[in-house]
Design a protein around this ligand. Sequence first.
Ligand SMILES: NC(=O)c1ccc[n+]([C@@H]2O[C@H](COP(=O)([O-])OP(=O)(O)OC[C@H]3O[C@@H](n4cnc5c(N)ncnc54)[C@H](O)[C@@H]3O)[C@@H](O)[C@H]2O)c1
Length: 452
Amino acid sequence: MNIAVIGTGYVGLVSGTCFADSGNHVTCVDIDREKVEQLNNGQIPIYEPGLETIFARSRREGRLHFTTDIAEAVPDADIVFLCLPTPPGGDGQADLSAVMAVAKELGPIVNSYTVIVNKSTVPVGTGDRVEKMIGEHVDPELFDVVSNPEFLREGAAVEDFKYPERVVIGTGSEQAAEIMTTLYEPFVRSGNPIIVMDRRSAELTKYAANAMLATKITFMNEIANICERVGANVDHIRRGIGTDSRIGKRFLFAGIGYGGSCFPKDVQAIHHTAGQHGYDFRIVDSVMKVNNEQKISIVKKMEDYFGTDDFSDMTFGIWGLSFKPETDDIREAPALYIADELVKRGATLRAYDPEAIGTFKQATTREVIDNTTFVHDQKDALVDINALVICTEWNEFRRPTIDGLEGWIEADDPVIFDGRNLYDLERARKAGITYISVGRPAVGTKELEPAD
Ligand SMILES: NC(=O)c1ccc[n+]([C@@H]2O[C@H](COP(=O)([O-])OP(=O)(O)OC[C@H]3O[C@@H](n4cnc5c(N)ncnc54)[C@H](O)[C@@H]3O)[C@@H](O)[C@H]2O)c1
């Protein structure tokens, strides 16, 4: 098939490349000239494992192109994917300006039957608005607007796209459903379902999925907070409940809160949509409040440990800036908030991340940049610090294990505030360090051990 992908970010670039890899001809469009130029020179602007290989192969075989000109891509396309940003607007509502701007451009250039697919996460009813806008220029017989929400995870985006657990297609048109099913068949050969439903349900499915996952994480974080107060260990609770198949093992890891480009904005957006329709979605309201507090809960533990909120003469090492491992995405990353809070209290920082130093610098404040030394080796972040703060669970932080950090452990009296529960408590105890994690008993400190 001939496919146009409008918006070449995480979703657009991965989708476009994977569709090209499965034999389609794909033209990706973006308004960002620099990005398009980079892509045309064979450079990938994001970090995603596995993307480079299939990107290079599809380009070499002439199936993947990039342009800034929408009119170059759309007229020949059987399917046009909208993979445009839908960031939160001022009041939490999804900002649809990019989606609607492109819908406006599509009308005059669609000239034969085309399936217009919304892959962006959009509020219920957006498909109707896009259809209306295009319909001002195009005969209704010549196009269908479909919702096809994307469930890929950054950091595993290529794998998720190539082997989706399910594909959701929202349309009332048999013709569009058939074309979309044909397109996706190569991706579900192992039998995972392509679920066809009405467009509004498909739009809401994406929000329901993200709100459910954010709730599951937040629930576990609250259990962790209770653990810290009653002297229990959230690791045991996780195993104790995760083995119940009704609950499931995944998304039960306690930590310093969810971040990223999707959960925070999607939870806000579904809360807003519900409100617009006269419904107060109380669970997600609590989820948002708890998560905001959870992101900086580690700073409170640091204040308790040091017995002050003045960190003026202190330096902290930071391991991990991205919102999760295997990505350079720092949008809504807890590290952004933690760095900000620490610098506000007068601290200086030594920060390391394998991929996200560049993106972090672009997103953080001048004050944080001025008070941070960015280092390019994880051990360099440990030089002359008062404590290490772990914000992201990159694999390289698990190895060497805690007792493998010999030089540091011998030289100083190390204190680790671990927002991701990377290390085994017994090993920490044996290594003789002070180790404060989330929802588990503190090691090597009296102050934080729970009162009887
Ligand atoms: N990132 C994820 O993990 C993920 C997962 C599932 C769904 N989604 C959803 O997919 C959508 C896209 O997310 P993303 O992370 O890929 O966004 P992104 O910000 O990484 O990329 C969006 C791209 O669209 C381009 N763009 C903006 N306006 C444009 C226009 N008028 N014409 C052409 N290009 C334009 C931008 O330059 C950018 O390259 C969002 O709705 C998001 O919620 C994201």
